[in-house]
Design a binder for this molecule. Structure first.
Ligand code: ATP
Length: 486
């Protein structure tokens, strides 16, 4: 099972590179860990994901857009709690120098391994046939107890070198990237690359509200880069050090928060369904352990080949954020509710998705290997990216069947006419079957072929990616035919 899933990830990573979706950052220098570059097709896919989100969120009368700067006043991150708390506990192996995030190291142990460890730590106590749940919960208790954690770590072996009792004590590691503003590299000049886009929205709450004359409830949406100095980056675009977020903060009257929380939960899950994700590949994960300020929190998880992973969080953040910024800035962030004639600090419902992480989920979701018949009647495996047409990087490919008899001229004219409206691609090399396969592999929904019948009646063959069915459409109605389907 693991082998097969690794295999699929390897295939997707290799396809992504070969066809220009995603490249390793600074590859000619050996790459930079946790950073990736989007190539010609990847940049279109990512942009389409972001556009779909932007439309779904801001084409409403109660959500405004924002693009705040990445560098912010350092006090923002004190108020938000990031300076103090945005840390992961980490350990190093003294023998092979591998570095681990403690929670991930412990999560990845099998129940069997956990049981063995508990037996070693507490001789005589876990000798019976305890149920898995009991083992898991006993283990979790110890993992969450700072005093017991040390002896737990010394009972474990390093997954990389296999040596036992080689872990250092757990240390807190702040995930924010630091830099300096201006010419002086001293502590008064420290600024951070934002680890989330949300704070730019919170501090602009009243600016946006008064400029747009919105009344509560209303939201502010933003797409932008975020940076986290993750201890372990892995699984391709899943956990990277530089990534993009798509966040919307919805400001509501206290007491109405849970109703809006449910509303946004439903809306956000539907967004993934509408873009073609299969229901069985998505699930809710409710947070049992809530951040001290949160009243409720759920993650939308996607079933990646390596397991379930969060792609979006929906959080009821109460009035924590605005209250903290009031306290740290000394400026009022209260809203005056004209109808109720009262002033209050709004509650916030947050929807926080990763653009790059969802982009990877859409890529994996689209990836299929299918048995298909070639033009010669032979069976072969075709690789096809079944993107929702809205997300497909190229919307239509145009082929002349042969490079003579005036076909290239007609095909070029079609390309020229469609290009202002759609992202199209012209290909005249190789057999048509091969050209279809090349487009399947990058998820192009429609291939338009100019053939001998075109010369007689001004129609073309359109072949649909998923069904592989072909229809004939008049050149004059191509644009409207495509518009309807895209
Ligand atoms: P995780 O537990 O996976 O580290 P998180 O709970 O810290 O994630 P949030 O702070 O809620 O994540 O961030 C919201 C979204 O931003 C996530 O659902 C994810 O899609 C995206 N995201 C967070 N960290 C990363 C990262 N290192 N690389 C890519 N995307 C990320």
């Amino acid at each position: 099972m693991v082998k097969q899933s690794e295999n699929i990830m390897d295939k997707i990573v290799s396809l992504a590179k070969r066809r220009g979706f995603v490249f390793q950052s600074s590859e000619i220098y050996g790459g930079l860990n946790g950073c990736w570059d989007y190539g010609p097709l990847g940049v279109e896919l990512l942009r389409n994901v972001k556009d779909a989100w932007w439309k779904a969120m801001t084409f409403r009368d109660n959500i405004e857009g924002l693009d705040a700067s990445i560098l912010m006043h350092p006090r923002v991150w004190e108020a938000s709690g990031h300076v103090e708390n945005f840390t992961d506990p980490m350990v190093d192996c003294k023998s092979c120098k591998a570095r681990y995030r403690v929670d991930i190291l412990l999560d990845e142990l099998s129940t069997k391994k956990k049981k063995e460890t508990l037996r070693e730590m507490f001789p005589g106590k876990f000798e019976g046939q305890q149920k898995d749940e009991i083992i898991e919960s006993e283990f979790a208790k110890i993992a969450n107890d700072d005093n017991a954690l040390r002896s737990l770590l010394s009972a474990l072996s390093c997954p990389q070198c296999g040596n036992k009792s080689t872990f250092t004590d757990a240390r807190k590691f702040n995930l924010m990237f630091k830099t300096f503003i201006g010419p002086m590299e001293d502590s008064s000049a420290i600024v951070y690359l934002r680890p989330e886009t949300a704070q730019g929205i919170f501090v602009n709450f009243l600016n946006v509200q008064s400029a747009s004359r919105q009344k509560i409830p209303f939201g502010i949406a933003q797409i932008g880069k975020a940076f986290r100095n993750e201890i372990n980056t892995k699984n391709f675009l899943f956990r990277t050090r530089e990534f993009e977020q798509m966040e919307m903060q919805f400001f509501v009257k206290p007491e109405t928060d849970e109703t809006w929380f449910e509303y946004w939960r439903e809306q956000r899950m539907q967004w993934f369904y509408d873009l073609g994700m299969r229901k069985e590949k998505l699930q809710w994960h409710k947070h049992d352990k809530l951040a001290h300020y949160a009243r409720n929190a759920y993650d939308i998880e996607y079933q990646f080949p390596f397991g379930w992973g969060e792609i979006e969080g929906i959080h009821n953040r109460t009035n924590f954020d605005l209250s903290r910024h009031e306290e740290f800035s000394g400026k009022s962030l209260k809203y005056f509710d004209e109808e109720a004639k009262e002033k209050y600090v709004p509650f916030i419902i947050e929807t926080s998705a990763g653009a790059s992480r969802s982009c990877m989920a859409f890529l994996i979701e689209a990836y299929r290997e299918e048995e298909a018949r070639t033009a010669d009647g032979e069976m072969e495996t075709r690789v096809v990216l079944k993107f929702n047409p809205k997300l497909a990087p190229i919307k239509a490919a145009i082929f002349p069947l042969v490079n003579r008899d005036g076909m290239p001229e007609i095909a070029k004219k079609i390309e020229h006419d469609l290009r202002p409206s759609f992202r199209v691609f012209y290909d005249d090399s190789g057999a048509v079957g091969r050209r279809y396969r090349r487009q399947d592999e990058v998820g192009t929904p429609f291939c338009i072929t100019v053939d001998s019948e075109t010369l007689e009646n001004q129609t073309v063959t359109i072949r649909e990616r998923d069904s592989m069915e072909q229809v004939r459409v008049a050149i004059s109605s191509l644009k409207s035919w495509l518009s309807e389907r895209l």
